[in-house]
Write a protein that binds this ligand. Structure first.
Ligand code: NAD
Length: 496
């Protein structure tokens, strides 16, 4: 602990099961410290108070975890699908039984309101439940052969050892949606969570161990220096696949690094979601949707509305309603009752928000709500709504990842589709409209992996989550989500 760092208020972290708060990493089936004793402080973004220290591990630890994951993978894959399914189901049940504690750990290290944290824990545990079931449905095919004495048999087999890298904005949910399908498919996994939020990952590992996930089949490497771990993941020949959620820049780097080894990759990267309101939309529903999409997790969500396009005739009314609602959000410590928005993760996030507001103001944008740091200090920023925004501003070109709702007005469908698609990203997009012909046309024309029509809520375990363009590769969730962890093997059966 550095001299000026005060410890976290323990009253804010009263767990029913204190053994879920762990200050050791989980490597190759053992709970360990760093060999040289180095640690990373994990702090509460509300006030910077120290929660706990975790080991600052290097590439050696990652290598050891990969070696063990490789050694145990064949045995794990040989278990029956039903056995793997039952262990995953048990893990799911334990997560649900401990959801309050997991939510409290999450809020304390990440800052989001407790209700949102619990929502994250429960809705993403559902990916483990779903893939526990999918484990039993990894079907192959038997296809007629090229001649009567042949059959073409298609087997699906696990890719092998997988490495996962996850971000801080959903420290619990981004993990379960990767580990669930990997273990279900018969793969093993080594995870590197974000340095800001390792405690949620470690708590999940405690419960995985209790559920009976074999030692070494799931490791958690905590580190403050991501690059050497990333290099180990990309270069170690025992790693068959890398699954990453984070920024497009790091995704691009991983793709290059993993290229030599021709590794399988899934990438869930940045977004710049357009949120479109047509003149026939239910305006109040659109305002509610925009509030949820934009201000959930203080705007630090890859699928959150980044650019809000509103048709000219309703733009003023929409902006006024959104600004009023935004002013009604209650900022504060995530564990306090009634709080609806927490702090941003760090100073860098605040600096980006300030830069986007200043850039928009200098080019003719107007602030309707917020626009400045909150009186609460720290990394709190007032929920902000701006009007008079154009395509030329940073806020429409870049992912803001903060509570800034920029409103851009448009004339007609053709214009807004062109503006919405004018981005290198293509993760999510949303629109509100009633006319059915328009609904089909616009849903088909938007260049994104996911489209929410009259809803801001896209993600659930039954749906394929993922992006196009530079928002990534592959899908998480649904029957498609397990495919990235499976190889197809063709067996030609001859001489029948
Ligand atoms: P980031 O890319 O900086 O970090 C994400 C993870 O990658 C962290 O664990 C980090 O330590 C690790 N990392 C960074 N450099 C690395 C390297 N060289 N080798 C190995 N690991 C490395 O992103 P962030 O700022 O933490 O997260 C925000 C970004 O994540 C946003 O762009 C957001 O849109 C994106 N995101 C995408 C999704 C999605 O599903 N598409 C979901 C959540 C977040």
């Amino acid at each position: 602990m550095t001299a000026q760092m005060k410890p976290v208020d323990r009253r804010a972290l009263e767990l029913r099961d204190p053994s879920l708060l762990v200050g050791q990493a989980y490597v190759a089936g053992e709970w360990v410290d760093a060999p040289d004793g180095r640690t990373i402080p994990v702090t509460d973004p509300f006030d910077g108070a120290l929660i706990l220290e975790v080991p600052d591990l290097g590439a050696d630890a990652a290598r050891r975890a990969i070696d063990t994951a490789h050694a145990v993978q064949k045995d794990w894959a040989k278990r029956t699908a039903k056995e793997r399914s039952q262990i995953l189901r048990k893990w799911y049940d334990l997560i649900i039984a401990n959801a309050d504690d997991l939510a409290l750990i999450l809020t304390t290290e990440q800052g989001k309101p407790l209700a949102e944290a619990k929502g994250e824990v429960v809705s993403n545990a559902a990916y483990i439940e779903w893939f526990a079931e999918e484990a039993k449905r990894i079907d192959g095919d038997v296809i007629p052969g090229a001649n009567p004495s042949q059959r073409i048999v298609v087997l699906k087999q696990p890719v092998g050892v997988c490495a996962a890298i996850t971000p801080w904005n959903f420290p619990n949910g981004m993990i379960t949606r990767k580990v669930g399908p990997a273990l279900a498919a018969g793969c093993t996994m080594v995870l590197k969570p974000a340095a800001q939020t390792p405690l949620s990952a470690l708590a999940l590992a405690v419960l995985a161990e209790r559920a009976g996930v074999p030692k070494g089949a799931f490791s958690v490497i905590t580190t403050n220096d991501a690059k050497p771990i990333g290099e180990e993941f990309c270069r170690n020949p025992k790693v068959a696949k890398i699954t990453f959620t984070g920024s497009t820049n790091v995704g691009r780097w991983l793709m290059r690094e993993a290229g030599d080894g021709i590794k399988r990759l899934s990438l869930e990267l940045g977004g710049n979601a357009p949120f479109i309101v047509f003149d026939d939309a239910d305006l109040d529903a659109a305002v509610e949707g925009a509030m949820l999409s934009k201000f959930r997790n203080a705007g630090q969500t890859c699928v959150c509305a980044n650019r809000i396009y509103v048709q000219e005739s309703v733009a003023e009314a929409f902006a006024a309603k959104l600004a009023e609602k935004a002013r009604g959000l209650k900022l504060g410590r995530g564990t306090e009752a009634g709080v609806t928005m927490g702090p941003l993760i760090d100073d860098r996030a605040v600096a980006k928000m300030e830069d986007h507001v200043a850039d928009a103001l200098s080019k003719g944008g107007r602030v309707l709500a917020g626009g400045r740091r909150s009186e609460l200090g720290g990394t709190f920023f007032e929920p902000t709504v701006m009007a008079g925004v154009t395509q030329a501003m940073k806020v429409t070109k870049e992912e803001t990842f903060a509570p800034l709702a920029p409103i851009i007005s448009f004339k007609d469908e053709a214009e807004v589709i062109a503006m919405a698609n004018d981005s290198e990203y293509g993760l999510a997009s949303y629109f509100y409209a009633k006319d059915m012909a328009r609904v089909w046309r616009v849903a088909e024309a938007l260049e994104s992996g996911m489209v929410g029509v009259n809803t801001p809520a896209l993600a659930n375990e039954m749906a394929p989550f993922g992006g196009v363009k530079q928002s990534g590769l592959g899908r998480e969730g649904s029957k498609y989500g397990i495919e990235g962890f499976l190889e197809i093997k063709y067996v030609c059966l001859a001489g029948l």
